[in-house]
Every structure is written in structure tokens, then in C-alpha cells.
Design a protein around this ligand. Structure first.
Ligand SMILES: *Cc1c(COP(=O)(O)O)cnc(C)c1O
Length: 360
């Protein structure tokens, strides 16, 4: 064994780097970012901040940004914690609320980073198959007695919103922390914010990477009881939101909000239209509450490769739990396609029509 491997934590030996295919592509529909681009005010704020503020450290714990985010969600400022993307907030929360050896339970399939963060923090994992591919099995999750239960709604990659009563049931009965990842809340018709009033064990994570178009600046946050978010902040550490990100986020939450809301409305219209067109091509997208369509199909790999050749990137999945009927029928394969401006959806549909041999 090499010296470096010998020096490293034993529990890190099986961890590999997160490596989805990020080869540049003319039309990239693979990572669920905002395909309309950066909100105009935020773009200007970054240029101005670049000129004035990057020789100094940013605010320690992003106090002004927390106030702006609190205003956006309609909660008090002391209920917010920020981070370098919601990935950082999730990782920090896992570290703050579980000791190595404790267990984290999560739906399967769900956000691919969770098992990675679990291993980075020495946790045992309990993946619980999504019932019929779209709803969580609340009792199976509770039966794990896990120290942390992670839920994601709308769920990535399935695009479906979880049943709110199942979420409530878990929040009421869980023995430990419940994380509700709402990275795609802006695209859905409901969210779990009202549950915060009823539970001090619930942490809702959000991001500015999806609806707000700022993925490259890495801004995430969470809302929860003040004592809960204070623990996340301890494990997160100071200076995690950089000065450019802070300025862009503040502007995006202020003057850019109408722009963001208009793009979300356009996305929702395009999502319905795309789902109808995919169905006409013989595909079966699941009902989406997010900014992407999820299409279980045994031809996922072949279609993704064909689209790539046509200059379009989508995200193929191949190992979905085949205990779930929806994925059993497709040998565990599916495509995830980010919804964008309609000019990007047309070439996608044209190539898919060629690949499926069905005329549009
Ligand atoms: C994209 C995504 C995130 C990560 O967002 P960042 O804020 O960019 O780190 C978190 N959760 C889910 C489910 C996501 O899809």
C-alpha cells in the first residue's frame, strides 16, 4: 500500500470522488441548473463586488444574507444557516448531529451525495426503497431508528413531490434529526415550511443553485429551530459564503426576484409541454414537481449516448432499485432531463424522435 493510503483514515479507503460526466456539450440538460442563465442584477452585483470587496474577508456567518433569506422564506433570521452550497450545509448537519457509527436513513433512489457525505462522516447507511417509485415508506424509515432521516422533496432524481402526510408522520415520530432537502421547492406547488413551527428536529435545506441560477457561486442554506441551526453553524465553520456569492445572493433575493419568478413560471409551462411531447414519443415521464423530467426506460443508456452524439447531454441512471415495480420494468434504468427554454427542448425532442423512430 502507498504511504498516503497508509496514512489516510481507514474508513476513507472505499470513498471515491463524485464524478458525473461533465464533458462540455452544446446543450447541457444534465445537472438541473437554471438554463435561462444568471439573474441580471446578480451578474452586475458580482462585477461590482469583484472591483471593491475581494481583498477583505466576507462576513463570518453571512448575517445580512441570513436576514435576506429569512425574509424570502418568511421566518426569523435566527432560523437560518448558510453554507458553500447546500451540499456544505447537508455535510455540516450530518457531522453536527451524528457520531461516526450512527445511522442515516434515506429514500432510494434519492440525492446521490447523501451516501457520500454519510461515508465521509463515518455513518452507516440505510437506503429505503421508494414505494412504487414515488412515495416514501414512512414506517420503514422510522423502523430504522436512524439518528438522521434524510428526505428530499421534490425528490432528485425521480422529480416527484413526497406525500406531505408521510413527511409529517416522520417529523412527529423520528428519534433524531430529520432533514428535508427542498433544493427544488421553487418549482413545486407545496413545501414543508409550515412544519417548522411544529418541530424542533426538522432542518429544511434550500439552495440558490437551481431556481436562482447561481450554482457556480455555491450558496446553500437551511431553516430550522434557532438551537438546531446553531449546531450546524458550529460544524460548518466561518467564512463559507464568499464575498462575491454573498453580493450576488443578496441581489438575487431582492431586485431579481420577479425575474426568477417569471423564469420558474416559464419552466413550469415548458415542463408540462415537454412531458406531453415525451409521452407522444412513447416514453413515460413521471409527474414532475421539479425543474427536470424523469423518464424510466430500459433504453436510457442508448438514448443518452445517441443524444450526446447529437450534442445534447442528459443524465442516465442505470442502477435504480429493481425491487420497485417502476424500475423493475426498465431493469433499473432511467433518464433525467433538465427543463429549459423551449429552444433547447426542440432539438432534444428532434433527436429523441430520430432515436425512437416515432415522428413528431
Ligand atoms: C442540486 C442539489 C443540491 C445541491 O445544491 P448545491 O446548493 O449546489 O450544493 C442539494 N440537494 C439536491 C437534491 C440537489 O439536487
Amino acid at each position: 500500500m502507498s504511504i498516503a493510503l497508509d496514512l489516510a483514515r481507514a474508513s476513507y479507503r472505499g470513498i471515491s470522488l463524485y464524478s458525473p460526466d461533465r464533458t462540455p456539450c452544446a446543450i447541457d440538460l444534465s445537472d438541473n441548473t437554471n438554463l435561462w442563465g444568471v439573474p441580471p442584477g446578480a451578474a452586475r452585483a458580482v462585477r461590482e463586488a469583484f472591483a471593491s470587496s475581494i481583498t477583505r474577508y466576507p462576513p463570518l456567518y453571512a448575517t445580512a444574507l441570513k436576514e435576506a433569506l429569512a425574509g424570502y422564506l418568511g421566518v426569523p433570521g435566527d432560523m437560518i444557516v448558510t453554507g458553500c452550497g447546500s451540499d456544505d450545509v447537508l455535510d455540516s448537519a450530518i457531522r453536527a448531529f451524528a457520531e461516526p457509527g450512527d445511522m442515516i436513513a434515506f429514500p432510494d433512489p434519492s440525492f446521490a451525495m447523501i451516501p457520500i457525505f454519510a461515508r465521509m462522516n463515518g455513518l452507516e447507511t440505510a437506503p429505503i426503497p421508494l414505494e412504487d417509485g414515488r412515495d416514501i415508506d414512512a414506517d420503514a424509515m422510522l423502523a430504522t431508528q436512524a439518528r438522521i432521516i434524510y428526505l428530499c422533496s421534490p425528490n432528485n432524481p425521480t422529480s416527484t413531490a413526497l406525500d406531505i402526510s408521510a413527511i409529517e408522520r416522520i417529523v412527529e415520530r423520528a428519534p433524531g434529526l430529520v432533514i428535508l432537502d427542498e433544493a427544488y421547492a421553487e418549482f413545486a406547488t407545496r413545501n414543508g415550511l409550515s412544519l417548522l413551527e411544529r418541530s424542533e428536529r426538522l432542518l429544511i435545506t434550500r439552495t440558490m443553485s437551481k431556481a436562482f441560477g447561481l450554482a457556480g457561486l455555491r450558496i446553500g442554506y437551511a431553516a430550522g429551530a434557532p438551537a438546531l441551526v446553531a449546531e450546524v453553524e458550529k460544524s460548518r465553520g466561518p467564512y463559507k459564503v464568499n464575498a462575491l456569492a454573498e453580493r450576488a445572493a443578496m441581489t438575487a433575493l431582492g431586485e431579481d426576484l420577479p425575474w426568477v419568478r417569471d423564469r420558474v413560471a416559464e419552466l413550469q409551462a415548458n415542463r408540462a409541454r415537454l412531458a406531453a411531447e415525451l409521452t407522444a414519443l412513447g416514453l413515460e415521464p413521471m409527474e414532475s414537481s421539479a425543474n427536470f423530467c424523469f423518464v424510466p426506460t430500459s433504453r436510457a443508456d442508448e438514448l443518452a449516448r445517441g443524444l450526446r452524439t447529437g450534442g445534447i447531454a442528459v443524465r442516465p441512471f442505470t442502477d435504480l432499485p429493481s425491487s420497485i415495480a417502476r424500475f423493475h420494468d426498465t431493469s433499473g434504468a432511467a433518464l433525467r432531463i433538465t427543463v429549459g427554454p423551449w429552444e433547447m427542448m426542440e432539438p432534444l425532442l428532434d433527436v429523441l424522435a430520430t432515436l425512437t423512430g416515432i415522428r413528431r
